[in-house]
Design a protein around this ligand. Structure first.
Ligand code: SF4
Length: 774
């Protein structure tokens, strides 16, 4: 505790390398010509290119069509990891045998903490239950010089905003809401662990140059409308897929009316529309936020860069920069929105929500209200909610339902505690949970009378509302709204209540109507540090530290490097399973109870493809061996692995859609999968397969899908040559059917030179480790 109490943040490692970035920006200008106008997102991304000339000129019609075409090899400034995904990232990093990480990095213990009875009880219990994982993460952090934020310190994105995010920074985070840092002008992208390892070992990280969607903000928010409503309304317009392949860049006069934390809320939920990331231009509110979070020196440097009128302005878009698409939102007329249930893009303006409740037959009572999380636990959010609570308390009212508060970090919790905001919540009956994800990630043990299967409605200020996400009950309808609306709804207990127009009857029988909420953007007396136990460990590597992994653990297992590709084509590959229909990363590596095994590849591999539908029989997870015997898919894969038989999977379109989950590529590889033959692949998963040494092939003729079946035996022809020739050439499969006949299947591939190297080495990490050694 003593060493933590004297902890001083290393501001230098938290300051974006501005001099280097500005120099790179000049190089980019030289390559593209100084008359080329760039958006803000392009400036920050391209100034992180490993080799601007190569990236911006190849494949882009000589720099004219970069967005959507160029293959960017980027050098991010920093990496952040949350406890669930950090496990596999670190296990992979360890196989490279490097003494420390190449860029500053941090680990945040937030996902594995339960929300039930309040922080005092929940936190110690969660630490006990996950001790070996936390010990592993802490020891690895210490060894390799990663800042370790212990359980209770806060949620990754809030802690990043308070400590690491900065204008012009580029970072990767192993969590989909990493774009939260875009509220402070950073390019922050959510990735899988293997991608994070690229940055940790100083290998360039690849990204297809995104298109840019400009969102022009006009006017200014007022009354009940909040930053959350900007993104709730936008999600309704864009849908959950509308941002795919895009960076959302906000601009326009309305930006200046938003607080830094409000901008972060908006960027956080860009993940809900599928955007690569979202960001805001430099604003005076960035200066006040950086100053209040003890980073005045960064504020000064950013201010100097943002105020230049020269081509060196890294922190604002060039005048006249063009967006691929543009949307305008007038903040002055924006009304509160409520999104859900079950999907974040079902967006309903508050004024017509009661009607929607009736017409959709949604429950008319609310069973719980939950505010906070990484999305909405800023000082401004909480003090606006506090104002409503004070209004209601003065009228003699209490919340009609359970009301939970999840602070995003120890810093915000301690500050709200000092300023009596938390006691206002608690006196009204609110329960303050640990500074962690808790109910937002399914770690919510409900103690009310709602049982699994009961249809009910909850209101949260969170960002996701898929079925079963919060309490594991698929019938719980989670309606997303601003903290202010969630708070007001918690007093009414009714989904048809409109706090702008309706009244609640007080105990004395008088009607009570809320006034529009007011709050403070930043605490007048600055932020508190809080409990020193929750400060991070130092970032200096300590090479003698032993990384704690028990050989008997069922939750953690060290990774063995995969074997290199043989010096010939693959022979005797058997078709493990022919999948029909959708095959998402969830189908390939299910979540839920399996999350516990994310750091144990052999154990989590027991869920491989258990959601896949058998093309021959329509059964789910029923695989047939050559002798006709049946088993689950992972059991047959393990049996074949034990017999030394390597295999392939045959699938239909968009194989691996869904998430960047690297386990969906690691597990088949671990169990002996060498090839996935599909009609088409989801782009991120296709890359992940190659990184783990699995060869993704597509049918040259889609109808050939009908010519190959489970237990057929395939030999690749041309694959080894293609790998040796950096991706040039074609691959065929000679398939021996179980009746002895033979068919030839022509395939296509998208193997680049680098990716051929990954596959030949056995995996991308094997190659990286080899390069670092030589
Ligand atoms: Fe993800 Fe929810 Fe945690 Fe935010 S609070 S990081 S959305 S689980």
């Amino acid at each position: 505790t003593q060493s933590k109490a004297s902890y001083k943040p290393d501001i230098e490692s938290r300051t974006p390398p501005y001099a280097k970035l500005l120099k790179r920006l000049q190089e980019v200008r030289q390559v593209l010509g100084s008359s080329k106008q760039l958006t803000l997102a392009e400036k920050i991304l391209y100034s992180h290119l490993d080799n601007p000339e190569e990236a911006l000129l190849s494949n882009t019609d000589n720099g004219r069509n970069i967005r959507g075409n160029a293959n960017l090899k980027l050098k991010p400034d920093r990496v952040a990891m949350q406890d669930a995904s950090a496990q596999m990232a670190l296990l992979q990093f360890m196989t490279c045998n490097l003494p420390s990480t190449a860029v500053p990095a941090s680990i945040h213990c937030d996902h594995m903490i339960v929300g039930e009875r309040g922080a005092d009880v929940d936190l110690p219990e969660s630490i006990k239950g996950n001790k070996e994982v936390f010990d592993f993460l802490e020891s690895a952090a210490k060894k390799y010089g990663i800042e370790f934020w212990p359980p209770g310190a806060g949620i990754i994105h809030q802690t990043v905003l308070e400590n690491y995010a900065a204008p012009g920074l580029m970072m990767l985070g192993t969590d989909s809401h990493t774009p939260n840092a875009g509220g402070l002008g950073a390019i922050a992208i959510g990735v899988g662990g293997a991608d994070a390892v690229d940055a940790l070992v100083d290998a360039p990280w690849e990204l297809k140059a995104p298109k840019i969607l400009g969102v022009r903000l006009e006017g200014q928010l007022n009354g009940w409308a909040s930053p959350k409503d900007v993104i709730l309304a936008l999600a309704g317009r864009l849908t959950v897929r509308g941002g795919t392949g895009y960076i959302i860049e906000y601009h326009g006069p309305g930006v200046d009316s938003l607080s830094c934390t409000g901008m972060s809320t908006i960027c956080n939920m860009g993940a809900e529309v599928g955007a690569t990331t979202s960001l805001f231009p430099f604003s005076s509110r960035h200066v006040s936020y950086l100053e209040s979070t003890h980073r005045s020196s960064i504020a000064l440097q950013a201010q100097a860069i943002a105020s230049t009128t020269s081509l060196n302005n890294l922190l604002r878009a060039d005048d006249g920069a063009q967006y691929d698409e543009e949307i305008t939102i007038d903040l002055s007329t924006l009304e509160p929105h409520i999104n859900g249930p079950f999907t974040p893009d079902l967006s309903t303006p508050l004024s017509v929500f009661a009607k929607a409740v009736k017409s959709n037959k949604w429950p008319e009572t609310v069973s719980a209200g939950l505010i906070g999380s990484c999305t909405n636990s800023s000082y401004q959010d909480m003090t606006r909610a506090e104002d409503l609570i004070k209004q209601a308390s003065a009228a003699g009212l209490k919340p009609a339902i359970d009301f939970f508060v999840t602070p995003g970090s120890e810093q915000i919790r301690a500050t709200l505690d000092r300023d009596s905001t938390l006691s206002t919540f608690e006196e009204a009956g609110g329960i303050v949970l640990a500074n962690a994800c808790g109910p937002c990630i399914g770690q919510w043990k409900r103690t009310d009378n709602i049982s699994k299967g009961d249809s009910n409605a909850i209101f949260t200020s969170y960002n996701r509302n898929f079925r079963g996400r919060n309490d594991g009950n698929p019938e719980t309808m989670n309606f997303l709204a601003s903290p202010e609306i969630v708070t007001a709804m918690s007093y009414a207990g009714s989904t048809t209540f409109n706090p702008l127009t309706d009244t609640i009857t007080t105990p004395s029988g008088a009607p009570f109507r809320f006034s529009p909420p007011t709050g403070a953007e930043l605490p007048a007396s600055g932020f508190e540090t809080g409990n020193p136990e929750f400060l991070p460990t130092s970032a200096a590597p300590s090479p003698s530290t032993e990384v704690v992994v028990s050989p008997t653990s069922d939750r953690l297992a060290l990774l063995e490097p995969f074997a290199p590709f043989p010096d010939h084509d693959l022979k005797g590959l058997k078709v493990l399973y022919k999948v029909t229909g959708k095959c998402t990363t969830d189908t390939i590596s299910a979540a839920g109870p399996w999350l516990k095994y994310k750091g144990h590849l052999p154990n989590i591999s027991a869920n491989t493809l258990i959601g896949a539908v058998n093309a021959a029989t329509g059964e789910v997870n029923v695989a047939y061996d050559v002798d006709g015997s049946t088993s689950g898919i992972p059991e047959l894969a393990q049996k074949w692995k034990d017999q030394g038989i390597e295999w392939l999977v045959v699938a239909e379109d968009n194989y691996g859609e869904g998430s960047a989950r690297e386990h969906a590529a690691l597990q088949p590889r671990y169990l002996g999968g060498r090839v996935i033959l599909a009609k088409s692949f989801a782009r991120i998963h296709e890359t992940n397969l190659k990184k783990q040494g699995v060869v993704p092939l597509t049918f040259a003729n889609g109808e050939d899908y009908g010519k190959i079946d489970a237990c057929d035996e395939a030999t690749t022809v041309g694959l080894y040559e293609v790998l040796k020739n950096g991706g040039k050439g074609e691959v065929k499969l000679v398939v021996k059917k179980t009746d002895g006949s033979e068919v030839i299947i022509k395939t296509k591939h998208t193997l680049s030179e680098d990716q051929c190297g990954f596959i030949l080495a056995g995996s991308a990490l094997n190659l990286l480790a080899k390069m670092k050694r030589s």
